[in-house]
Design a protein around this ligand. Sequence first.
Ligand SMILES: O=C(O)COP(=O)(O)O
Ligand SMILES: [Mg+2]
Length: 222
Amino acid sequence: MLRPKMILIDVDGTLVDSVPDLAFCVDAMMERLGRPPCGEASVRDWVGNGVERLVRRALIGQLDGEPEEADFDAALPIFLELYAENTSKRSVLYPGVIEGIAFMKGAGYQLGCVTNKAAQFTEPLLRDLGIREHFGLVVSGDTLPKKKPDPMPLLHAAQHFGVEPAEAIMIGDSVSDVKAARAAGFGIICMSYGYNHGQDIREAKPDAVIDSMVELEQLLAG
Ligand SMILES: O=C(O)COP(=O)(O)O
Ligand SMILES: [Mg+2]
């Protein structure tokens, strides 16, 4: 892998184990709607395509398909209200994230964050977990007209930092990260522990799969 100048990092399932808060809010929303809870294991498989898609999946109880539009319109504001109050109460950084960021900063890489999470939640989450200051740019799911797997947020970040795609790497956890990176011409490293809709991320054939960001130092040196 070419030694990169810029590294972009995904949030949910890569930096932050956010499912405890997301699952709490999904189940509280379902309760308010008079429906049965979905449970944390299901929510884990549904994260990665933004809050609206998560709410749609909760309403139909599965990954693919669409709920009634009226049901979605009733549910979304409830979820948004709940998640605004529960963005970072139960969410934690994965082991190795602090060490990985310290290495990347120390090695002089430009660091950005690219997530499909809406900006109103991304910013407080990164701040509350004490890592916002490390990122020169944060591109959220609603910052631009398109989100991952579209390459637009990655190319926007490359332009922001004045870096060519071939000099850039994305670190993520899902097939959307792999697709966005490939379409943008970036390298792609995936975390084995994240959320990938119940599938092993190795099937998406990223350039490398690691178990902890402490492995980045060795990987990027080699
Ligand atoms: O689904 C979301 O809201 C965000 O997911 P991501 O941070 O993995 O892009
Ligand atoms: Mg993710």
